[in-house]
Design a binder for this molecule. Sequence first.
Ligand SMILES: [Zn+2]
Length: 66
Amino acid sequence: MAAKMIDCPSCHHHGIGIVFSPGSPMMEGLLWLLIFPGIMYTIWRRSNRRVICPNCSTEFMLPSIF
Ligand SMILES: [Zn+2]
C-alpha cells in the first residue's frame, strides 16, 4: 500500500490519502482457486484502485504538489 499526498476538495484535508481497492482480498483468494476468474478479479481491482480521503472518504482527490 503506497501512501500519497493529497489535497481533499471536500474537507480541505491536506496529507496522506488512503489507497482503496474495491472488492475483498478473501474473494480474490477464492477466485484464484479457479485461476481465470482470479486473474480477471485482480485486474478489475487494480484498475479501479483509487486514493480516498482519510477524513471524509471522498474519492476525487487532487494530487498534492507539495
Ligand atoms: Zn476529505
